[in-house]
Structure formats: C-alpha cells, structure tokens
Unconditional design. Structure first.
Length: 342
C-alpha cells in the first residue's frame, strides 16, 4: 500500500477536523458575546442553534476543495454539502423569524394582534422551510447523471403531468391555499376561542393543511383548514376578547324576582372574573307551570365568562334553596271536581 496515498487523506481529514472545531468554537464565542451585549433581542442566542449545520457545511466544503478528482466520495460530499446548507438556511430563517416575533410580542399590548402575527409568521415559516427542502432535494437529484436525462424527458411532457398532478392534488392544494387565506385574511388565529361542530375549544395549531382545536376537556379536534373557509363556525375572539354570557332558571311564578336582582349584584361583586360591565336579571318567558328567569353577565374572555356563569347559577340556586324554597318549580295537584249527574 502506498504510504503517500494513505497519509495525505488522513492529514486532510485531521486538518479539516481541527479547522472545523476551531471555527465552531469561534462561531459560538462570537454569538455568546453578541448575545450578552444585545440582550434586547434573542436573535444571537437563537443563532447558536445553527452551529451543527455550520460545522457540517464547513467540513464538507473543505474536504470537497481538497479533492483532486471526482469519484464516489466526492459525490457523497456534494450531497452532504447541499443538505447541510439547506439545514443551515432553515435554521437562520427560523432564528430571524422567532426573534422578530418575540420582540413584537413583548412590545405590543394588543393580544389579538399578537396572535394574528403569530399565525401569519408560523405559516410563512413553514412555507419557506418547505420551499428550501424541495429546492435542496431537487439539487441533490440533479447531481446524478441519470436524473438529468430523466429530467429532460419530464420537461417534454410537463404540460400533461401538470394537469394530472393538479387534478390528483386538488384537495391538498385547496387546503394549502385555505391555510394562506386564513393566515392573511385574519379569519381565525392561534389562541382564538371557537365553536365548531358544536364543540367549544381554543385553536392550538394551524398548519398549511390542517388546524387543531383543543377542547375544554383537553381533547384535540383536527380538521382540514378548508373547513374554516367553506363552512360557518363561531369565533368568540373576533372583535375583542370580552364576552357576554347568560344564565337561565326555571322557577315558580311566586319567585321573588326583585330580591334575586339584589342577590345577583352581591354575588357578582364576590366573583373576581366578572369585569363589572353588565349584570342584569329579567323574566324572559312564562309557561303554565314555571317562569324563565335569565341573568346576563360579562367577563374579559371566554374562559372567565364560563366561570362567572357557573358561579352565578350555583350560588343563586343555593340562596333560593336556603331562603326562598317556595320559588323552586313544583307541581301543584288538586282534586278533580265531581262529575255532574246524568
């Protein structure tokens, strides 16, 4: 075995490893110092996550530059370089986007606007990541001579293939465009309280193809984003987070409505979730056996209004049981009058 043919590659690999480790240490050191100097932005700290792909790109580039002939090892290095470059680009874009969003969220007092920007940024980031991955995969395929020939043949029939692919991917493309419409149309955002298919929950995740709603009992409902562009649904977070809720009771006709109004005001003052905007009570309907009493209460968001409604319902029923039990619904029975003689 030729000693020179063994020592030269070994020295090249060792030198590349040494230079890569030194560059990685300097890369991390500079970012740590920048992060310490500029504490107002998390960008430099987030960029430290890009250290692994940076090291791979540097090592692959050095080894590729030292090679004198094209062979299988050189082809592998080219593939590694393309993949690592895509990884590095995605990491840089993610760091910039996350840093910008973090600074915006810290400076903006409007929670609804912050959630809208978060939804848009998340979808844009995923589109950019998908685009980088597709381009990198295509570049890797083009490094194979056989794929170049196949590519030429595919271009000749691109029109037919485009039509076929469009028909086959109609549903997927519909969801993709629906996701972009949601992001920039601001119809639903991450964190919004919605009611879909009679299920109440909070939007937890929005992707390019599906949307996840977390219900009050911790279940996750996953549905295509096209649902929110083609069917009606309730969005309780639109137009502000403040909510109005109702509480109903079925009571006897003798119920002390005026006393109930006074008791409602006392109960609301003891509930911290009540925002003080509205707290009223009225008789809204009557039947031969009962009356329908409705209380209207308000709170700052959907979760708080649910808490207020439950507390008002429970405490007012308890008060009626204790002080006015006659007000609860009951069935009055009397003897039927005698039948007249024939």
């Amino acid at each position: 075995m030729d000693t020179d043919s063994f020592l030269r590659p070994t020295a090249a690999v060792a030198g590349t490893l040494a230079v890569t480790l030194l560059a990685g240490w300097l890369f991390d050191l500079l970012l740590r110092r920048a992060d310490a100097r500029h504490g107002e932005t998390p960008l430099w700290g987030l960029l430290r996550r890009c250290r692994p792909p940076f090291l791979v790109v540097l090592a692959a580039s050095l080894l590729q530059g030292m090679r004198r002939r094209a062979d299988g090892a050189g082809h592998v290095l080219t593939l590694v370089l393309i993949a690592a470059a895509a990884w590095l680009l995605v990491g840089i874009v993610t760091a910039i986007v996350d840093s910008t969003y973090a600074r915006y969220a810290a400076d903006s007092p409007d929670d609804a606007r912050v959630r809208r920007v978060r939804t848009q940024v998340t979808l844009i980031q995923r589109v950019a990541t998908a685009a980088v991955i597709v381009v990198a995969f295509g570049a890797m395929l083009l490094t194979f001579p056989e794929m170049r020939t196949v590519g030429t043949s595919m271009l000749a029939s691109a029109g037919v293939l485009g039509i076929v692919a469009g028909i086959a991917a109609q549903s997927a493309l519909g969801n993709l465009f629906a996701g972009l419409q949601i992001a920039f149309g601001d119809t639903v955002r991450i964190g919004d309280t919605v009611v879909v298919d009679k299920e109440w929950g909070t939007v937890e995740e929005i992707t390019l193809t599906f949307l996840t709603v977390r219900t009050w009992d911790e279940r996750r409902i996953t549905m295509p984003v096209s649902y929110f562009t083609s069917k009606p649904y309730e969005n309780w977070s639109r137009g502000g987070a403040q909510m109005t809720g109702t509480v109903f009771w079925h009571l006897d006709h003798s119920a002390p409505v005026d006393l109930m109004r006074e008791q409602l005001r006392q109960i609301l003052t003891d509930i911290p979730e009540w925002d003080g905007r509205t707290g009223s009570l009225a008789v809204t309907d009557t039947t031969p056996h009962t009356i329908h009493v409705r209380a209207v209460v308000t709170a700052n968001n959907a979760d708080d209004v649910w808490t207020v409604r439950c507390a008002v319902r429970e405490r007012l029923i308890t008060w009626l049981l204790t002080h006015h039990p006659y007000a609860l619904p009951h069935i009055t029975t009397t003897e039927a009058p005698p039948r007249p003689p024939a």
